[in-house]
Write a protein that binds this ligand. Sequence first.
Ligand code: NAP
Length: 267
Amino acid sequence: MSDERPRPPRTALITGAAAGIGAAFAEALAREGCRLVLVDRNSERLQQIKDSLPAECETMTADLTAEGDLARVEARCREGLDLLVNSAGFGHPTGFLATPVEAEIAMARLHTEAVLRLTLAALPSMIERGRGGVVNVASVLGFFPSSTYSATKAWVINFSRAAAVKTLPDGVAVTALCPGFTRTEFHDSAGMNMTAIPRFLWMEADDVVSAALRDWRRRRSLSVPGWHYKAIVFLSRMLPQRLIDRVLAYASRKPLAVREGALRGAP
Ligand SMILES: NC(=O)c1ccc[n+]([C@@H]2O[C@H](COP(=O)([O-])OP(=O)(O)OC[C@H]3O[C@@H](n4cnc5c(N)ncnc54)[C@H](OP(=O)(O)O)[C@@H]3O)[C@@H](O)[C@H]2O)c1
């Protein structure tokens, strides 16, 4: 096994780079002198981000739920990267029983198929060179059975940890980033009412990203930014599953704004 820690990445591809956590990754990596490949579905916003960054940037407008677009980005990953960040994602404002199945499938494709295909496309050249890695943005909700969203994020956590186990001996680090509530456009885009979420639970995207990059460089397969979210994840592993299920069932009946989306769709 190589003892060397991942060096500062030289070329990084970021999905969902036009907003929120993806944009914060772009800013942090640009400051480190990385060349960037910015992927998102909104070309105007991609261009704005590109113009604002002090880095060499390539942009790819792609809807990662569309086969042709995903295949194009997959091909770019195969050309060789030092870091892949899969951040593109969204949630639904309604629970899965009230959401059209096509919308559920689109979310599942973005959170699982796109993450799987881009990771598998990027890893071989990293393994060959013995360096680099992947950060897959999951969620603290991936530790709880709360929604189809949480189910897709549980897959991201499990898959990323499996990839980390396989690639660590080759000097490649894969990290599942599990943020809690983070101030981005995520909740507004999904039409979620977040007024019931206490202020102390909110994190800034920049803080989430610096914790993620630190954990990735330490070759940790899991990154949970924030002491309160670390405590929540710890409890999710210690408490009996039945108790967690009952608490979640109770919370989903409560007439709080949380019911309008917080526990179903985010973080
Ligand atoms: N914010 C939180 O509280 C939180 C907590 C835990 C985990 N997360 C996860 O963090 C990741 C980033 O979310 P964020 O908070 O940064 O949200 P955000 O501000 O809404 O950014 C997400 C970006 O992904 C893009 N995107 C969505 N669907 C796409 C598609 N099919 N193809 C390409 N790009 C697409 C969005 O574009 P459009 O604007 O065009 O939709 C947007 O630019 C997501 O995976 C999310 O699940 C967020």
